[in-house]
Design a protein around this ligand. Structure first.
Ligand code: BYC
Ligand code: FE
Ligand code: FE
Length: 475
């Protein structure tokens, strides 16, 4: 087990003190990161003690410690999973050769592009969530928001370390640019679409952590397979933290639904108006938020048929999530059945497997998303409302990237004509009215143990603490 070095300015397990020029470069970037955190990070509560977990080792048993810390003093550091001796490349064209400890010259720009794209999402999400503290439904949720935020900050550090350590001057420039692009900025936006969408209410926050952080899980799993060993090891450790982010999303959505069902039972009605008047969120509105964030997150996997993805696989840079699940790790002359849209018709085609890597990853992601949906539907039917079910919309619905982009497809996957589609679109997505209703519910609740009207109490507290524990010290 490699102990993390906490004596240094930048906690790390990469022996930073033995590489003075790298250490200096990162120490030069550190104050820029801190400035960015102050300006673009969570608004408010920066001077308050927050009950946060911090990584202290990469050992699976006991990798984190919990304690109160002011966010700007959080110990962001560089932690890579332990190396595996004699590790070999296990997919693509170079199976069996040793994994790389340095970047092969030929792959420099494509690898840098992957790392920059991954890195860009991390600070983007912090920016998107920066105002949510003002409307937190409880201290427990406020703490979870900040936990997610500081860890996304650490994920940025993870990518910046790789850029500084392995990409020289270009890498240092990219590291600066990661702090210069901003979510939703007209002139200099974040790279991927979803990360420029505003997250202005907590319903969107839970949807984002359920659906968009889960894209993170699948992309990190693919990169954890990489033949560039430092990238693989970094992503492996990031996945440990990622699990909590998705848990925040899943439990948040569950608690919203629990509260809605409670109101429905009390009032013996499923009338949208009655539920809303009681300060809870009707299930059809929750469905609309699912439609929005799921469809947006699907675009993050890239085009269904992608030569970029084929190249990244062939070169051993990016594998499939859980590559061990597959028999053939070369996939050189193999094919994948895909639905394509040709001459205004949906057709089934065999395409080279390597070109289908984005779609293969997307399919695994969709299955994973469905696990929570099934659980929510069990909860709804257990409470006696069998005739309402939540569902994921068709993967063809509202896409902006790939085969289905800009086609008029309804949530069930049917192609519609222009006019019908545009008329109905607002009934599938949160309307202005829905949004202003949700906004009206977003009232800050800071009393320990209390929650806002629209969400149930959590089942249990954090790290064996009570629900009413003061997760954020106010004053
Ligand atoms: N928006 O062949 P294509 C996370 C671009 S989330 C805008 O279709 P490719 C997190 C693409 O860049 C995980 N542009 O796709 C979650 C390319 O542009 P260039 C983030 C898009 O390249 C929550 C062009 O379209 N990690 O960690 O095979 C909170 C054609 O590309 C989009 C990664 O993404 C889009 N949605 O795959 C915090 C992993 N989609 O190069 C954090 C690294 C595609 O022609 N990135 N484009 O200018 C990748 O592996 C790939 O870049 C992608 C795209 C999977 C994103
Ligand atoms: Fe992350
Ligand atoms: Fe995350």
């Amino acid at each position: 087990m490699s102990k993390l070095n906490y004596q240094e300015r930048i906690p790390n397990n990469v022996d930073l003190s033995n590489d003075l020029s790298l250490q200096r470069a990162l120490e030069h970037w550190q104050p820029k990161f801190k400035n960015w955190w102050q300006e673009m990070g969570p608004e408010g509560f920066q001077g308050n003690d927050v009950y946060l977990r911090t990584a202290i080792s990469v050992d699976t048993a006991g990798w984190a410690s919990y304690g109160k810390v002011k966010m700007p003093d959080y110990r962001w550091g560089i932690f890579l999973a332990d190396p595996v001796k004699d590790k070999k490349i296990h997919f693509g064209d170079s199976i069996g050769k040793p994994v790389w400890q340095e970047v092969p010259g030929d792959y420099r720009s494509i690898l840098r592009r992957l790392i920059v794209t991954q890195g860009d999402t991390e600070p983007a999400s912090v920016e998107q969530q920066r105002l949510l503290g003002k409307t937190c439904p409880s201290l427990f949720d406020l703490r979870n928001l900040f936990q997610v935020n500081v860890e996304e900050g650490r994920h940025l550090w993870a990518m910046v370390y790789l850029l500084h350590a392995y990409f020289g001057r270009d890498g240092r420039e990219e590291a600066e640019a990661l702090l210069e692009r901003n979510s939703g900025d007209e002139d200099n936006p974040r790279i991927l679409g979803t990360f420029n969408e505003p997250i202005s209410d907590w319903v969107s926050f839970y949807m984002f952590t359920y659906f968009t952080d889960r894209d993170g899980k699948y992309q990190l799993k693919s990169l954890a397979e990489s033949s560039f060993d430092p990238l693989a090891r970094t992503c492996q450790f990031m996945l440990t933290e990622e699990a909590h982010h998705m848990q925040v999303g899943e439990s948040g959505i569950t608690r919203m639904i629990e509260r809605t069902l409670e109101v429905m039972k009390q009032l013996k009605t499923d009338s949208v108006d009655a539920i809303r008047n009681a300060g809870a969120i009707d299930l059809p509105t929750i469905q609309k938020y699912i439609n929005f964030w799921f469809s947006s997150s699907l675009d993050l996997f890239g085009s269904e048929i992608s030569t970029n993805a084929a190249t990244a696989f062939a070169n051993g840079l990016k594998g499939r999530p859980d590559e061990f699940r597959f028999k053939d790790h070369s996939e050189k002359n193999t094919f994948y059945k895909i639905e394509n849209f040709v001459d205004n018709k949906i057709v089934i085609q065999d395409i080279p497997m390597r070109n289908a890597m984005n779609e293969i990853t997307r399919v695994a992601y969709v299955d994973d998303c469905n696990i929570g949906v099934k659980r929510w539907n069990r909860l709804i039917s257990k409470n006696g409302y069998e005739d309402f079910t939540l569902s994921l919309p068709s993967t063809k619905f509202r896409r902006s990237i790939g085969i289905w982009s800009n086609l008029h497809v309804d949530p069930r996957g049917n192609l519609l004509d222009n006019k019908t589609y545009n008329k109905q679109l607002s009934s599938w997505l949160p309307s202005e009215q829905d949004k202003s209703f949700i906004k009206s519910l977003m009232k800050q609740e800071l009393e320990p143990g209390k929650v806002a009207s629209w969400i149930a109490n959590p089942r249990r507290g954090i790290n064996n603490n009570d629900i009413s524990f003061k997760y954020v010290d106010l004053n």
